[in-house]
Design a protein around this ligand. Structure first.
Ligand code: ZN
Length: 161
């Protein structure tokens, strides 16, 4: 069967950046990634490239930032006082936390701590990056009614609940 909306798709993938550095790979986890096609489970640029493909197909997909994790926005990089992290014993670079913004909840990463000043970055770590996917489609099947109503895949490769 061909990949179309409401198909459950399992893929092995390796994601690299422009320099060829591997950022993420399903091969390390042995299990492929399973997702429900047409429900925004994966980034738009990868999802649209998979339409019409079938199990056994291999492809390379290059995804521009606007079809991936978006452009970087300098306005999402802010310096806030240490006191903003009330109740946190240690404020260290690399820590992530969720904060309310005008556009809803957003994940921020602490990028720098200098004295009382803490720099936080609300950009996705892959914002602004061109993404290169090496994909192998391992399975395509019909979704169950329950999977469709939940908008995600159940089973060994998907949600357990
Ligand atoms: Zn579910």
């Amino acid at each position: 069967m061909q990949i179309a909306d409401n198909a459950v798709v399992a893929i092995h993938y390796t994601l690299t950046d422009d320099a060829g550095t591997t950022l993420d790979t399903s091969r390390e986890r042995n299990e492929p990634l399973a997702y429900l096609h047409g429900h925004g489970n994966i980034i738009p640029g990868l999802e649209s490239a998979l339409v019409g493909k079938q199990a056994g197909d291999k492809l390379n997909v290059t995804v521009a930032p606007e079809e991936g994790y978006g452009e970087r926005h300098d306005a999402l990089i802010q310096t806030v006082p240490r006191e903003a992290f009330e109740g946190v014993d240690e404020v260290l670079p690399g820590m992530q936390f969720q904060a309310q913004t005008d556009a809803g909840p957003r994940l921020f990463t602490i990028t720098e701590v200098e004295g009382d000043n803490v720099t936080v970055d609300g950009n996705h770590p892959l914002a602004g990056a061109t993404l290169h996917f090496d994909v192998e489609i391992t399975e395509v099947r019909e979704a169950s009614a329950e999977e469709l109503s939940h908008g995600h895949v159940h089973g060994p490769d998907g949600h357990q609940h």
